[in-house]
Structure formats: C-alpha cells, structure tokens
Design a protein around this ligand. Structure first.
Ligand SMILES: *Cc1c(COP(=O)(O)O)cnc(C)c1O
Length: 430
C-alpha cells in the first residue's frame, strides 16, 4: 500500500493549514503517521488518492449511517441544487425537516436549524441561561460538545487526545461558569446540586459518551440527572449530536426513556452536509428570536441542499428493522474482535450501542472516564496502523467511538475480522 499522493498533499496542506487539517483529530497525531486524503467514498468504503480502499468505521464521524454516497441521498441533493443553493428566505424543506424531527423525537416540540453541532450546543446553553436567568452550566469529564468556549473546560475529543484540558483563548471568567462532573457518578452529581443547584442553568451531557471512546450510562444514571435537574430548576440538555437517530431512531432519549428539556442534534440530520439543530420544550424555544428575546441566527441555516440530504437520510433510517440490523452488525463486529483478541492473548474489551462502539486495550468493564482513559493508547496506535495496512480504517484515536453503517454487510465484517487476526497477532508479538 503506497501513500505518495497523500504524502504530497499533506506536505502542501501543512504549509497552509494548522497541522495540515481543518479539524484536529484528522491529523493522526494520537496514532502517529500521516493522514490519507480521500478521493471518493461509496457504501462502507473510503478510497484514497493513491487508489487504496478501506472499510470505513468512521463514517465522516457519524453522519454516514446509511453508507457513503447513498443514491437516494445524492439524488435528493442533485434534484434540490438545480433550483438554487441558498435563498435567504424560508423554504419548504425546512418545514419538512422540522416536521420529521419533531415526529421522531417527541421531546423536540419546537426547534431551530443551525449549521453544526457546535452551534447547536452553544445555542442550547444560551437558551438555558436566558430562560432560567442563571449562569452556571454543568458538563461531564470526557464529554465533547463542540468547540464553544464554555465547553473547552476539560473537554474530551481532540482536547483530551492532545492533553489540552483548557484551551488558551478561553477566558477564565467564562470557564469558571462551567462545572465538570465525573460521568456515571451518582453521588458527585447529587452533592454538586445540593451545593449550587439553584445557580445551575443547565446540565449538558452526551447520554452515551462517544467522545471518550464509548461509555454507556449506568442503570438509572440518566434518570438520576433528570430528577436532580427537575428538583433544582435546572434544564437537562441531551447532546445527541452523535447518538441522535443512531442508537435508536429517537436517539438515546428513546433508548433510555428520558425526556430532556432541550436536545441538540447534528451529523446524521445533515446526511453529510453541515447541519445542526437544537430544540425541546415549546415554552423554552418560543423564547428564541424572533418570537422571543434570546438571540440566535444563521445566514445559511436551513440550507435547502443540506435539508434535502438530511431528509433523505432520515427516510432511509426509518426503514423497518434499520436499527435492529445496525445493532446486530455492531455486535457481530465487537464479539468477533473480542474473540480474536482472546485467542491472541491480548487484553482487550469492547463497549457497544447500536451503530457505535468503543475499542479498549485493557480488560473490562469500562464505566467511567478513568476506565476509558486507562486504555493502552500506544497499543491502540499499533493496532490502528496494522488495521489500516490491511484496508480497515478505524477512528485515528484511542478515545473516539467507531461507527457502523447499514452499508457494512457480512463481507465487510468478515474482512475486518480477518485483518484483526493479523493485527492482534502483531500486537501479541510486539
Ligand atoms: C461532533 C459532536 C459535536 C460537534 O459537532 P460539530 O458539527 O463538529 O460542530 C457536539 N457534540 C457531540 C456529542 C458531538 O459528537
């Protein structure tokens, strides 16, 4: 497998883009080596500019749940774009999108479309602060909510990988307003709310932590947070930018039966185009401009081509059995990997939710951020490259979830497990 063209492009890119990329985790910093440059993608596969093909378990970090370049999504985009790319006045697809989301996710009584997950979470905490008149927000160690100032306080994702718990450029005065709790710790949450509960505008959480690999909530944990928020008049915000429309059609809130006050979405609802959304209780969302005083706007928000891609994707995932099949293939992959690791004598553990999974180079269980951070990142890096050489692209970080799409069939999973046999043998021998 050669990477000459990717190498040339990365050399040029590194002159002009910080780290050669437009988003940090793409740079392969935490696994070493250089990224490959995509030429195209189809179904479960990515093809790079040197002609190599990879089974792709990143799926553009979540949006490509129906596989890459799905013909129904591409047709919807092509049909829509012929009528113009942006209007600056309302269009029918925005209404269809709002109707689709509110039908699938009942807690979304009213919503606003934006252009990224980052915008969605920023806007959601503005609503929480504006509606409650309080300033503090609570987040969880290892959770990532985009790169907004208030969230880059012990953030997960890139910030965790690069050991930058607090980014320069985030004012201390603002960071002070963000309180951080350990995920899955019942008592810590209770204690915090008993101390400052009446100052908390909102608590934001990834209900399944996909940005510190993949940590599932303990039985009753999300309900505990729901109860604390209700008791203390704080708003519960589910950041479902990753889990939304993936771990169940109605997201983690459907899977765990919790009704948040506000929710944020992105990734899948854009079908690969830049899209986010935030929304929830009608009494809260009706305080957003222009129906209320809480300001938020966007020149390209509700973009027709982006709405078309998202709506086509939402159509695909509403096919009967879609999420059950996604769950079955996620289990097939993870069970297979665990078995191969055991045979090779490598300490290894997986966590899963439908359509997403965590790979850990340590023994299970993994229930807390410390458990997750205890994975052997060096071993993961070796595994990552051994798999890449064998045509399988995993998330280029020991602390990011992997994603399954409906285009990943038995053939791709068998190929992945075959590659893993070689990769685990390399690890065991190292
Ligand atoms: C990806 C992600 C975001 C940020 O979305 P962008 O579109 O990258 O700005 C926010 N929250 C969660 C849970 C995410 O996974």
């Amino acid at each position: 497998m050669t990477h000459d063209r990717s190498h040339d492009l990365f050399t040029r890119a590194s002159e002009l883009l910080p780290g050669g990329v437009n988003s940090p985790v793409r740079a392969f910093k935490s696994v070493g080596g250089e990224p490959f440059f995509a030429a195209r993608a189809l179904g479960p596969h990515l093809f790079d500019v040197d002609g190599n093909r990879y089974v792709d378990y990143v799926g553009s970090w979540g949006p490509m749940i129906a596989g890459h370049a799905h013909p129904q999504v591409l047709d919807a985009v092509a049909r829509t774009m012929r009528d113009g790319l942006s209007f600056g006045v309302p269009n029918a697809l925005e209404v269809e999108m709002a109707e689709a989301i509110t039908r699938i996710v009942p807690a979304m009584e009213m919503l606003r479309m934006v252009n990224s997950g980052t915008e969605a979470t920023l806007s959601a905490i503005r609503v929480a602060r504006g509606a409650t008149g309080r300033s503090r927000i609570v987040k969880f160690e290892g959770c990532y909510h985009g790169h907004g100032d208030s969230f880059l306080v012990k953030a997960g994702s890139g910030a965790l990988t690069f050991g930058l718990p607090n980014s320069p450029g985030v004012p201390k005065a603002l960071a002070d307003l963000t309180l951080t709790l350990p995920y899955n710790d019942f008592d810590a949450a209770t204690a915090l709310f008993e101390e400052v509960g009446e100052e908390i505008a909102g608590l934001i959480i990834e209900p399944i932590v996909g940005n510190a690999n993949c940590i599932l909530p303990r039985e009753g944990y999300l309900q505990h947070l729901r109860d604390l928020c209700t008791r203390h008049g704080a708003l519960l915000i589910f950041d479902e930018v990753m889990t939304g429309f993936r771990v169940a059609l109605g997201g983690a809130q459907e899977r765990y039966g919790i009704t948040p006050d506000l929710s944020t979405f992105g990734k899948i609802i854009g079908g690969g185009m830049p899209v986010g959304a935030y929304g929830g209780r009608r009494d809260l969302m009706s305080q957003v401009a222009p129906s209320g005083p809480i300001y938020q706007a966007g020149t390209l928000s509700g973009n027709p081509v982006a709405m078309a891609a998202g709506l086509a994707t939402l159509d695909l995932i509403q096919a009967p059995g879609f999420h059950a099949a996604l769950e079955a293939s996620t289990h097939a992959l993870c069970d297979g990997l665990e078995e191969i690791a055991r045979e090779a004598g490598v300490a290894f553990h997986t966590t899963r939710a439908p359509g997403m999974f965590g790979l850990y180079f340590r023994e299970g269980p993994v229930e807390t951020f410390e458990d997750s951070a205890g994975s052997d990142a060096k071993r993961f890096g070796r595994f990552f490259h051994a798999m890449l050489e064998r045509g399988v692209y995993l998330a280029p970080s020991a602390f990011e979830a992997g994603f399954m799409s409906s285009a990943h069939g038995e053939t791709e999973i068998a190929q992945t497990l075959e590659a893993a046999r070689g990769a685990f043998a390399e690890i065991a021998a190292a």
